[in-house]
Structures are given as structure tokens and as C-alpha cells.
Design a protein around this ligand. Structure first.
Ligand SMILES: [Zn+2]
Length: 269
């Protein structure tokens, strides 16, 4: 064992936050759809109770006032009446179960948990045919990494060999906590970018960390396109510089620092 680098006191915290985001599900807040679905579910339950009550009353009435006689085929009118009500009861139950399942699915979607980022990355790779697509760039992020590359980097960092990658990440004991925190935060930024590619906005300003304004990145198929170096994620409000030599990023809490730096640049220029 080499001597451990004494980490920046916040590095451990930054690393833990990043690992938490990679490994644990995020819950989506209750929204209007959720409340509406809950209301529909209550109404459906009530309608079902009313229907069952009405059928039960008919059943009791049929027992108290038995029909006499048989039909032409010799079947008892009373038995036929009771069977018909039981059939209605069963059908009402089946209809209600189907409706409840449908409404419950809507509830799950509205209030459900988002999968952990690591799981979403693995899912992104599997859904497009596995690691064989690495060079073709599955799910390229604005930072121009693919899900395959981010997973490969996590494997390299954690020395992952077998079993679930999440286990290796959980057991990760990096020597250099500062570098590990930077690396893990980068995974989070890239994973978010890969999973929600449409929620990125280009900031048409120079990066305050490295001064780069534009970068050329190779798209699938080889042609190079120009992108703003500073990218802002509209989903969770963090920003990142995609210049290869820079890699600066600002999480939500550090966005005011970025804005202040940009304003200073405006004054200077
Ligand atoms: Zn930069």
C-alpha cells in the first residue's frame, strides 16, 4: 500500500454524493398527473363498490323470491337467474381489476422511481446491442462520451472483473479521493447527458476555466461538428465544459460561481 494522499475535506463528500447518484434510484416528485390518477383510482373503487352492492342486492332478492318453473330444456328458471347474477359479479370483478391495474400503472409512472444512473447506462448499452457498438457511439452525450465508454471507465477505476458493476463501484476504495471525486462527478455528468440528451443547452460563452468557446467533436460517421464548449443541463441545472483538456463542471450549487465568472469576463472584454 502506498501512502494515501490526504484528501480535500470536501472530496469524500463529493465522492459520496456522486456515488449515491450513480447507485441509488431518484424519486420523481408528485405531479398533477399523479393526483389525477389517484382521484381516478378512488372513483373507480367507489363505482366498483356501488356495482357490487347493487348485484348483491339482486342476488339476495333472487334468493328470497325464487322463480318457479323450468325452461323448454328443463333448466330451472331460478338456477338460471342466480347464474346470470353470479356471471355479472365475476365480470364486474374482472373489469374492476383491469381498470385498477391500468390506473396503478399510471400512478407508478407519475410517482415512480427513476433507475440509478449506472443502471440506466447499462440499460442504454443493452438496448442498442451491447459493447460491439462502442466505436459507433451508442447514446453519445454532448460531452461526446458514450454509455459504453463511461461504463468502461468505471470498470477501469474500480478494477471491476466479475459480477455486477454496481457492487464494484460500492466497494471502491480509491487511494486518491480528490481525483476519484472528480472522476465520479464526471461520470454523473456524462450519464445524465447520455440519458437525457435533449435537455442540454449550449452556452455561447467562453469557458471561464480554460477560455475555450467552441470545440470540434466527431459525430457518428466521422464528420466533425462545432459545439459550444460550455453546456448547461436544463434538467438538473449543472454546467460542464466539454473541451477535452478542461473538463470543468459546475453542479447546481456552484452555478452562481460560473455566472459570476461569466459576468466578470463581460466586464473585462
Ligand atoms: Zn473549459
Amino acid at each position: 500500500m502506498g501512502t494515501r494522499v490526504t484528501p480535500d475535506p470536501t472530496a469524500r463528500l463529493r465522492l459520496d454524493v456522486a456515488l449515491d447518484q450513480l447507485l441509488n434510484p431518484e424519486t420523481t416528485p408528485l405531479d398533477r398527473d399523479h393526483k389525477a390518477a389517484r382521484g381516478l383510482l378512488r372513483a373507480a373503487n367507489q363505482a366498483h363498490l356501488d356495482r357490487i352492492r347493487e348485484l348483491t342486492r339482486r342476488l339476495r332478492h333472487a334468493h328470497r323470491n325464487p322463480l318457479v318453473g323450468t325452461d323448454r330444456d328443463g333448466r330451472s328458471n331460478q338456477t338460471k337467474q342466480l347464474n346470470a347474477i353470479h356471471t355479472d359479479l365475476r365480470a364486474a370483478g374482472a373489469r374492476h381489476r383491469a381498470r385498477r391495474a391500468e390506473l396503478t400503472i399510471r400512478l407508478d409512472l407519475a410517482a415512480g422511481e427513476l433507475p440509478p444512473l449506472l443502471e440506466a447506462l447499462e440499460e442504454a448499452v443493452m438496448s442498442t446491442g451491447g459493447a460491439g457498438n462502442a466505436s459507433r457511439g451508442v447514446h453519445r452525450s454532448p460531452l461526446n462520451s458514450s454509455a459504453v465508454e463511461v461504463l468502461a471507465d468505471i470498470e477501469r477505476a474500480t478494477g471491476h472483473r466479475v459480477g455486477p458493476l454496481a457492487d464494484s463501484l460500492r466497494a471502491w476504495q480509491p487511494e486518491d479521493v480528490d481525483a476519484a471525486a472528480d472522476r465520479a462527478e464526471r461520470w454523473v455528468v456524462e450519464a445524465r447527458a447520455i440519458i437525457n440528451p435533449s435537455r442540454w443547452m449550449e452556452a455561447k460563452r467562453s469557458c471561464p476555466a480554460c477560455g475555450t468557446r467552441h470545440v470540434w467533436v466527431a459525430e457518428d460517421g466521422g464528420q466533425r461538428i462545432r459545439k459550444a464548449a460550455l453546456q448547461v443541463n436544463l434538467t438538473d441545472g449543472h454546467a460542464a465544459c466539454i473541451a477535452p483538456a478542461c473538463g470543468a463542471h459546475w453542479d447546481r450549487t456552484r452555478i452562481p460561481l460560473l455566472v459570476a465568472a461569466l459576468e466578470q469576463d463581460d466586464v473585462a472584454s
